[in-house]
Write a protein that binds this ligand. Sequence first.
Ligand SMILES: Cc1cc2nc3c(=O)[nH]c(=O)nc-3n(C[C@H](O)[C@H](O)[C@H](O)COP(=O)(O)O)c2cc1C
Length: 480
Amino acid sequence: MFNDLRELLNKLEEMGQLKIVEGADWDLEIGTINELMAERKGPSLLFDKIKGHPPGFRVATNLFYQKVVQILSFGLPENMGDLERVRYWKDKYFNFKPVPPIEVKKGPILENVFTGNDIDMFKFPSPKWHMHDGGRYIGTGVISITRDPDEGWINFGTYRVMIHDKKTVSYYVSPAKHGLIHREKYWAKGQEAPVCMVFGMEPLLFGLATMAIPSGISEYDMAGYIKGKGIEVIIDDVTGLPIPATAEIAVSGFSPLPSVDSRPEGPFGEWTGYYASGARTEPVVHVKKLYHRNNPIILGQPPLKPPVNTWFPIPLHTAPVVWSQLEKMSIPGIKGVYIHGAGGRIFCCISLEQRYLGHAKQVATLAAGILQGGACTGRFIITVDEDIDPSNFEEVLWAVTTRMDPETQLHVIPGYLTSPLEPWLSPEKRTARDFTAAKIIMNACKPFHWKDKFSVTNVASPELREKILKRYKNIFELVK
Ligand SMILES: Cc1cc2nc3c(=O)[nH]c(=O)nc-3n(C[C@H](O)[C@H](O)[C@H](O)COP(=O)(O)O)c2cc1C
């Protein structure tokens, strides 16, 4: 695991997986170079000497799509299949014991500190990433840190951040996210909402900020637990919020009531592959303090049109939650849960050993309810028998096309919470703020009441395979 973004970059360099790019323009060049490199599954990129900015003010992109980066960032075992890694994370994550952050008085983030008229958000080479973006986005690989004003716990959330002027940024938070709930609690009391935003940090903190960790649990305590040591933080004297001591860039400030100040945000090229949420008026943050390290690095994680994936490939964000919730409900026979598609959140595949009539339908409807609250999240719930590996999407598709009677085993259930990022939402639904969508359940298990009579699968038995592999070892050695 890493203690800051620079340790990850050093590791990538050591692996021959980091390319330095000099002289690019923040205005669409960085974004397009990143898009073309990500399409080619090329190395991570560190942009320096960016047009109009001093050398050393850098942007890092294309960092997370390689499995090895996720394994190192989350401390996952190396010699294990991906389904087993999901199981490992589920067991680790749900045995959570808080390890609180450690307050320190010194840290690299304090190398440069600005207040008042010395604050200038344009001093960083924040890219305009995509052609139709409405502005420069400093926050794509970002953490917003907030405190629940009633309960006191600290939340991290990744919500994109656009720059408006030297001292004003806006952030876009979808319905039901913790950062939005905290903000609204302050506003309900007639107060401005305090917030710190961090642009560039160790990958585990970023990963946790994008996970739906339950209300009341701080991602700081979770990160400390995963690492086995508390995260070092400095306390921002403006908001009282803790900032990672090794962060690259951080700001602290207040989000006023929207009636006081709110500004057009977007459009922004979103992870669904469209600019679906357009430009709207969103709350802002008035920046009161700006911190950065010497030679600061913006962590860039701009979304790209699927199937280009720049995100962590193993679905630790989604699959372990469904799996553990099903276990907590004492649902028997669950063999594995895996989620495929953009961001590891679209096709939820559950393998189970059917024990009773309606078992697969029960599992699917529960999973549909557990996977809530984001565009396309768990849109397809697919149940398969225990002989299918849910992490192998081609196997799942084989089951869908050969075991599912479309007339009786496919169900469309409307009314789940989704998000304004859904491209297909009609103008009428959007105006009515009706951000609901249907989920599709596909039961690709053999029909329970006659599964023993289902056609026999055309594959050699494990015993016969073992015998043949042993006897003809020499010919199989070549294709290990
Ligand atoms: C790369 C990335 C970018 C994201 N950007 C946003 C965003 O701009 N707005 C948003 O509401 N959610 C965004 N999300 C999803 C949230 O970060 C995620 O739902 C997280 O759980 C929110 O934290 P919370 O559960 O504490 O609210 C993003 C996720 C990822 C992986």
